[in-house]
Design a protein around this ligand. Structure first.
Ligand SMILES: Cc1cc2nc3c(=O)[nH]c(=O)nc-3n(C[C@H](O)[C@H](O)[C@H](O)COP(=O)(O)OP(=O)(O)OC[C@H]3O[C@@H](n4cnc5c(N)ncnc54)[C@H](O)[C@@H]3O)c2cc1C
Length: 550
């Protein structure tokens, strides 16, 4: 049952300056910053605790694939020093413990209402305030509304009929329960081979009697090389955290890396393979793909990296037909989010693991006892859905958001998301989206991008308060120019060639638009900083009682 805001909140908390939706990395930090400004703020969170992604995704093998020491907040040097990451890539429980520690350490919980979903947010032009409605039918209002609803929080199931008929156990990676789930002795099916499937499959394979993996599109995956962190390397990072954080912010993806200086096809195959091998051995998301300037720009250059990885798959997987089925051939390397794994390809050498190629034999229906493809029926005791997310716009689209003149965000975005700097929209004063579409977000270390957006939003609100303005709204011209710029930069790359969730291609009927900003974390920060330094160029600042922009 949803909590009651009226019951939970003190009278001061009801007379709010700001409402934040979501209590993951973004919502927690935004609350911390708005408190510093002295704003009366309430966070509303659908889950019954903090953590966001790391609250919901409790599937076996769930862990970050940006290194722990890097995938963490930088705003508090004390927090950096006192927290001990134990592995190169932290597990979901460890990251959730970290976010709980953050909530406790900064006493954030008292301003969070849990177990409550925001269903609507309407702008009242007369009062110049946002009214938010929850699934408990509560209504609260505030001057500012900040969406920290997550890029990968609206999970989705496959569009295949008959799921309600299926009598076995079902589990969704992105909605995993709190109880430990074991698959010992069971015939298990996993649908989906994106990041979550690739992390979960090796562990489920060790427990299950038989594991059948249903794959629509194979992904490029590289070995994570996960290991315990040594005391020495933790101490070294802690001693140099300021320089390390600066390097993150100055790197394209928010992950420090040597910038490429050469073009792939200007070197020999031997040189290329040596470089790719070094990247492969590093066990991270950026080194192999960042080997050459043109990997994400030139199909022929890209193919050299793609073929390097396919050769690795062939070297590991003993059955050549299975190796080929696991080898991506329908999109350039890096244009779908690459994965890091621990023993993924090796898992397909196990006698209890079977691979079904849904491109050859599509899913037809769920039955009472399993799954039917166009070729065969599979009897299954349990099905795991690792079928991804309605990414970047799904959580926002699930809320009935209406701005000035009652205009719905869903209608403004019917041909794809439109905003300015990923953070604000024309027609929606004082509404901010943290790592919204058209910002670097999912192409970056998200904690770096979250902190950048939160800091920018906080500075913007502080500016309004200092200068006596009540509201800020992106102009249509600035929004149009940003949408155009993001599309142009994207079109310069190979990204639009993939049927990826970056393109909305995994959700039937979703407009095909390349949603993240690929210009890089430093360039994006610079643009945001320039906009602020120029008196919030591209925004209209509105005094209370004045008409808003037209
Ligand atoms: C399995 C997995 C692994 C990942 N690994 C990495 C990684 O290694 N590196 C990286 O950079 N990124 C990674 N990501 C992306 C990850 O989502 C971000 O790094 C980060 O956790 C996002 O934080 P957030 O606060 O923006 O959103 P989230 O953590 O998604 O939190 C959003 C919160 O908003 C709540 N919410 C949404 N809508 C409503 C509503 N209407 N009402 C109330 N509450 C609502 C949700 O319940 C959720 O708790 C991963 C994602 C997944 C799914």
């Amino acid at each position: 049952m949803a909590a009651s805001l009226e019951r939970d909140a003190t009278p001061e908390q009801q007379n709010l300056d700001a409402i934040i939706v979501g209590a993951g990395f973004a919502g927690l930090y935004q609350l911390y910053r708005l408190r510093e400004l002295g704003l009366r703020t309430r966070v509303i969170e659908a889950a019954d605790d903090v953590g966001g992604t790391w609250y919901w995704n409790r599937y076996p093998g769930a862990r970050c694939d940006v290194q722990s020491l890097s995938y963490s907040y930088s705003f508090s040097p004390e927090l950096e020093q006192e927290w001990e990451w134990t592995e190169k890539y932290a597990t979901q429980p460890e990251i959730l413990r970290y976010l709980n520690h953050v909530a406790d350490r900064f006493d954030l919980r008292r301003d969070i209402t849990f177990s409550t979903r925001v269903t609507a947010a309407h702008y009242d032009e007369h009062a110049a305030r946002w009214t938010v409605t929850t699934d408990a039918a509560d209504k609260i209002d505030a001057q500012f509304l900040i969406m920290a609803t997550g890029c990968l929080s609206a999970s989705k199931l496959p569009e295949v009929p008959g799921l309600e008929r299926y009598r076995g156990r079902t589990h969704e990676t992105a909605r995993w329960g709190q109880q430990e789930v074991r698959f010992d002795g069971l015939r298990v099916g996993v649908i989906g081979t994106g990041s979550s499937g690739i992390q979960a499959i090796p562990i489920i394979a060790e427990q299950a009697a038989e594991l059948t993996v249903f794959q629509r599109t194979p992904n490029f995956s590289m070995p994570a090389g996960n290991r315990p962190l040594t005391g020495e390397e933790v101490a070294r990072t802690k001693a140099n955290y300021r320089a390390f954080r600066a390097a993150q912010r100055n790197s394209r993806a928010g992950i420090p890396a040597e910038p490429a200086t050469e073009f792939a096809l200007a070197t020999t195959q031997e040189e290329r393979n040596a470089k790719y091998e070094a990247g492969w051995q590093k066990g991270d998301l950026v080194s192999l793909g960042g080997s050459y300037i043109d990997i994400l720009l030139d199909p022929a250059a890209n193919e050299t990296a793609a073929e390097f990885i396919r050769a690795k798959i062939r070297a590991v997987v003993t059955d050549p037909e299975v190796a080929e089925t696991l080898s991506p051939r329908t999109f350039p390397f890096g244009t779908k989010r690459p994965c890091l794994d621990t023993g993924y390809y090796e898992t397909f050498n196990r006698p209890n693991v079977h691979l079904v190629d849904l491109r050859k034999t599509p899913l037809v229906e769920f039955t009472q006892t399993g799954i039917r493809t166009s070729a065969e029926h599979y009897e299954l005791d349990a099905i795991v859905f690792a079928t991804g997310f309605d990414a970047m716009t799904g959580a926002l689209g699930a809320i009935d958001i209406k701005g000035r003149n009652g205009v719905a965000l869903s209608s403004r975005w019917s041909a794809g998301p439109r905003n300015y700097l990923g953070v604000a929209m024309a027609g929606f004063p004082n509404l901010f989206t943290i790592t919204g579409p058209l910002s670097p977000s999912v192409l970056s270390n998200m904690v770096v991008s979250i902190e950048q957006h939160v800091d920018w939003i906080t500075d913007c609100i502080a500016h309004l308060r200092r200068t006596g303005y009540h509201a800020v709204e992106a102009t249509t011209e600035a929004e149009d120019a940003w949408v155009k710029h993001v599309a142009e930069v994207g079109a310069f790359t190979l990204f639009p060639q993939a049927d990826s969730w970056y393109m909305g291609a995994n959700v039937p009927g979703k407009p095909r638009v390349f949603m993240p900003y690929v210009g890089g974390v430093p360039e994006f920060r610079q643009k945001c900083d320039e906009v602020a330094a120029n008196g919030y160029e591209g925004f209209t600042l509105i005094k209370q009682g004045e008409p808003a922009a037209v």
